[in-house]
Design a protein around this ligand. Sequence first.
Ligand SMILES: [Zn+2]
Length: 282
Amino acid sequence: MSMKKHTEPTDEEQRLLAAWRTFFETHCKADFAALAEIEDSVWGFEIQWDVLEAHQGLGLAFMSDRQKCLDSGTLVLEEQFALHNLEPRPVIRIAGFSELNRYHIEDLRMRDRTRFLRFDAVVHSISRAMGWLKRSAYSCRECKHEWIEKEQLARARRKLEICPMCMKNGIAFLRDGGKHEDLPDPRNFGMDLERNYYEDVQYMELFDPNSLRNDELPEDVPTIMAVVSDEYVNQFQPGQCLTVNAAIGLDHLPSRDYLRDTRRILRLDVHSVEEGFSLHEE
Ligand SMILES: [Zn+2]
């Protein structure tokens, strides 16, 4: 087994990183200078879609693998923030997506799962701010290996049985004629609470602007649950009109009373929010 995969980016990843570097150098120099006074701990760094799309395949990279594209962009943005002595942790928020991504909340169905879409929406209600364990950290007491596991929102935490490094070393050891009883115990690892990473999130119930009657906030209206994170937490109020750019995810019924319930509801995993509608008149 080669370690190369884990330590060095592939050619494709290199290209992506290089594209992000020239993107920030070309388009965002002035933004970095203006951010010098910011004291927030998290900063949503807004990028316009048409500018991104025109730059060295970044638009295509975003649409074909959003997470990968954003992860490499964030890596480069963090370098830039460090270079400019900016304190906050940056989060990339791409806004102004094309109308080709336009959709209506009331038209959403299961087949839309995993799509990335743009909605006009009105905030119906918001939950309290909460946190979730986004990345859990482990360390091995035998081989001192430290690693990170990515978790999923509102799903059971990953169940780990053995240290991957002890496992890898063990296989090599046995292959070289080592004895089974001389192997360290690969289950002798634990969670490293200090290095666990929690993300701030908040649930918002959103509804379609078509349900707006005069100026009153309707009481009984079909809503969809949206999850916002980081700097968006506690930023919005009931009645507020928004443009939401989100991936369509799945969630359990909030009221499910047995564990293996197969029913699911759609959820908006919000990437970015723009104030005001972009399609409907307010
Ligand atoms: Zn180990």
